[in-house]
Design a protein around this ligand. Sequence first.
Ligand code: PMP
Length: 391
Amino acid sequence: MTVTASHSLDISALLSKRAHAIDASGIRKVFDLAAHLKNPINLSIGQPDFPVPQAIKDAAIAAIAGDKNGYTPTQGCHELIEAIWKRLEYEFQWPRGAEHGLSAIATSGTSGGLFLALLCLLDEGDEAIIPDPYFVMYPAMGPLTTGKMVAVDTYPDFRLTAERIERAITPRTKCVLLNSPGNPTGVVLNQQEIRDIVDLCRAKNLLIISDEIYDEFTFSESREDGRFPSPASYTRDCLLVRGFGKTYGCTGWRLGYVAGPHDLVQAMARLQQYSYVCAPSMAQHGVAKAFDVDMQPWVDRFEKRRAMMLEAFEGVAQVTRPGGAFYGFVEVPKRLNLTATQFVEKAIANNVLIIPGKVFSHRDTHFRLSFAQKEEVLAEGLGILRKLMQA
Ligand code: PMP
């Protein structure tokens, strides 16, 4: 049989509605525009700029060298699950084990956890409430699961409050997806706001899914009593979705974990068995040591970079102070009379790569800037953006 260069099948007619419904063109367009830049000042990056801590690298390398390269149990290797439970007991006093109605499994990235959770919760037409602006994956979960992602406008303060959530609840609502610290805004909900959401969801029989991928990157003032604000402190009726990629600089290792109601997590494990099978084995062995690594010096450094960003835009543009993560969501000054996409095109023409808010929102008024970048590069980029805004 010969292989022909041109296709004779109409692949488009064969693709499912869900494949047609996913449109990644927004973000691709930005990268297409930037493709010709030789050495762009890249403030678009969604991952930290530090190397994986040596202890974690060593553990992953030792796992490979020690022939631990086969499948792990679907729920994750013993060492990692032990480490996760130690952490949950310490942080939330969550008791371990099915007899307490709780379970935890390792997932293929935070994305893997979110995807399995929504697949387990949403039948056709069932609704999940998400914030707008949102992490790009959230709306895509609609077509992928046949559920409906109901985006709640959180402008201008970017707080997904109980009041805002309540207005979006319908008889089809099953869950609320929280993301604090948030991508793309960095906004961190406070303990009271979280308690109000927990009370509302309890009253309405809704599950909270808490995407806490940026939990470690929560700056000092957003940690009341030194604690990271999470619904897990107030209820066990929430699914914690966490990741290792951002915290330890290993986004490519595809590793996260979920913990929460036993019956849900076990349903997710069953789906994982027939999809991802298990999270990458050497990465699991690597991050089993992660909770012992102190990332605070890096978090402090990111806090200083946040200060650089806030200072750069002072007096020229509105930017909501991020309490965590490593993003600023900056409003394009109205007097420039530009959409965010138009402003981003100007920035790219001046060698600075940022992402228009439209990629994360129904509005096109802001841009996302990442300060996960070396201080001198960040300073140069901020200087150029400031000038463009003063023009
Ligand atoms: N949730 C949020 C809010 C994110 O920003 C990201 C990554 N940018 C993810 C989930 C996915 O993370 P992972 O790489 O662990 O799948």
